[in-house]
Design a protein. Structure first.
Length: 298
């Protein structure tokens, strides 16, 4: 039946007002148009819902039985419309995404703060995991999107570069290389290195770089978290290569650029192919892009 919701709304309005003219005014309809809508509903259901008399208007038995369920239909529909309008306007919603730990301890913290101030009704669920795990979560639909590096096994996934991440050398204060200039990877050969876990994208990039240049990588200590690696470097237990952002909030370290382009890597948005992001997720990514642009201008 066409316009069934309008007909239900017309019947409920008449039942509440107890008068066709009052209900018509509330719905901004003429009394005749309202009468037609109620009659269409009665015809569709096959029962009379209203007992109309010259001086009275009452619900029939069928009308009394149906008024409650029909009011609930309208209430549920209004709730659905309101919820979706809130989602479209980013007044509410849930964003679940996965990101590299280096991003979580760096630029993402600032973006999350700004986004939370602008959209307090949106819940954020962040998973800080290694690159391969990010792709798995995105591919399985466990998260809305991922923020990580592009890998070779990206079947069914789309990758859009957002920023360039660069590995830097981190040293304890007073290290022999602390005042060096124009460093290359060759200067790190044989140095005791503190590395992240074997499944991290940073670790894989470092090992590939040393292997490609036939350099000896001294795997001195391995730790799962970058914060642990930083703490060990501070204690003078070795040196490390980590993303530039890893030093944010950590004093007592010297960070030096290595003059090799291969230390750069693209960090981007990872989504399922042909997958549309929610308004909340898109608003978050817009904030991230704005933050990246701001950093590039400084």
């Amino acid at each position: 039946m066409k316009n069934s919701i309008q007909c239900i709304r017309a019947f409920v309005a008449v039942a509440r007002a107890g008068h066709f003219a009052k209900a018509a005014a509330q719905l901004h309809l003429s009394p005749s148009a309202l009468t037609v809508q109620v009659q269409q509903l009665e015809s569709w259901l096959g029962v009379a819902l209203l007992d109309r008399g010259p001086r009275h208007l009452e619900l029939t038995q069928a009308g009394r039985q149906n008024i409650g369920p029909m009011e609930k239909i309208l209430m549920d529909l209004d709730n659905i419309v309101e919820q979706n309008q809130d989602l479209a306007a980013v007044r509410r919603g849930v964003i679940e995404f996965a990101a590299l730990p280096s991003l979580c301890s760096g630029i993402l913290a600032e973006v999350l703060k700004r986004f939370g101030e602008d959209y307090p009704g949106v819940e954020i669920r962040l998973r800080d995991v290694v690159a391969q795990r990010i792709e798995e979560l995105v591919r399985n639909g466990d998260v809305d999107f991922g923020l990580g590096v592009q890998t070779r096994n990206a079947s069914g996934l789309a990758f859009k570069p957002l920023l360039v991440d660069r590995l830097c050398l981190f040293l304890p204060m007073g290290h022999a290389l602390a005042n060096s200039r124009n460093l290359t990877l060759a200067a790190l050969e044989g140095q005791p290195m503190i590395l992240t876990g074997r499944d991290s994208s940073v670790r894989m990039q470092i090992e590939r770089l040393f292997e490609d240049r036939n350099l000896i990588l001294n795997r001195h200590i391995e730790a799962n978290y970058m914060s642990t690696v930083i703490a060990l470097v501070k204690q003078g237990l070795g040196i490390t290569l980590l993303p530039e952002s890893a030093a944010q909030g950590h004093g007592g370290l010297v960070s030096l650029r290595i003059e090799e382009a291969a230390l750069d890597r693209d960090i981007g948005l990872i989504t399922r192919s042909e997958y549309d992001l929610s308004p909340a997720a898109q608003a978050f990514l817009d904030r991230l892009v704005d933050c990246v642009r701001g950093l590039s201008l400084n």
